[in-house]
Design a protein around this ligand. Sequence first.
Ligand SMILES: NC(=O)c1ccc[n+]([C@@H]2O[C@H](COP(=O)([O-])OP(=O)(O)OC[C@H]3O[C@@H](n4cnc5c(N)ncnc54)[C@H](OP(=O)(O)O)[C@@H]3O)[C@@H](O)[C@H]2O)c1
Length: 256
Amino acid sequence: MGDLTGRTAVVTGSSRGIGRSIAHRLAADGALVAVHSGTDTTGLDETVASIRKAGGRAFPVVAQLGVPDDAATLVSALHAGLEQHGDRSELDILVNNAGVLATMPPEMVTPAEFDRVMAINAKAPFFIVQHALPMLARGGRIINISTGLTRFANPQEIAHAMAKAALEMITLHLARHLGPRGITVNTVAPGVVDNGDPFLQAPELRRMLGGLSAFDRIGEPDDIADIVAFLAATDGRWITGAWIDATGGTLLGAGI
Ligand SMILES: NC(=O)c1ccc[n+]([C@@H]2O[C@H](COP(=O)([O-])OP(=O)(O)OC[C@H]3O[C@@H](n4cnc5c(N)ncnc54)[C@H](OP(=O)(O)O)[C@@H]3O)[C@@H](O)[C@H]2O)c1
């Protein structure tokens, strides 16, 4: 029996990468987890299957974000899934993890690309929270996965970082708004994490990016999932409105 036994959770973008690890960890702690993705249905099915194989409880939710009615579609599929697979249709833990990069020089960012990144990384999470509010249980948790790039300059990711900065405002303002319901709202901000992308496997690049962290390595998805699990558990009840540095010390700088 884990700390989350009897609880329900949804992790957006959990077909792979960090989201998959978060879904695994919350399920291992006892939660019934809605595993979500937009188009990666293979990864979605693999995540659900591996959680079940490990003795956990999970079901899939497919909803593309960044398109009209995205949040309504996701939350209604989530509600239906909880009714079908759960003992109750209340939601205890909402992890806004799905996100996209927009790697290009600031001079190259087009209005259409800017809108796309904002729609997926900031607008969708806000409206997912709004639609989920009626089903969020007292004592619930909202955890927004942002990025160290709201504190550490990388001009190639300016649009992504601007969208994540907007996501972080959900934490600040809704932590105050939802406090009376005992709901905590926090941001977890990872640094570079090996999400399985082939790009990140090149040894020289790994050494360079790993060197940004005080621990001289790239983060692993479980490094982030463990932090999320703490916030989601009973032990995290007194933390709200926080920005949790999950960069492995990247923001400490290089030192001298
Ligand atoms: N990896 C890092 O180094 C790093 C660093 C800092 C912050 N982060 C943040 O951590 C989160 C997870 O990152 P990751 O590296 O694990 O990502 P990832 O491996 O690329 O996985 C992204 C997940 O989000 C889903 N997703 C993306 N766009 C979507 C859309 N439009 N509609 C529905 N689902 C969508 C993907 O599913 P589909 O393919 O089906 O769309 C996938 O499940 C992101 O918010 C990212 O910004 C990551």
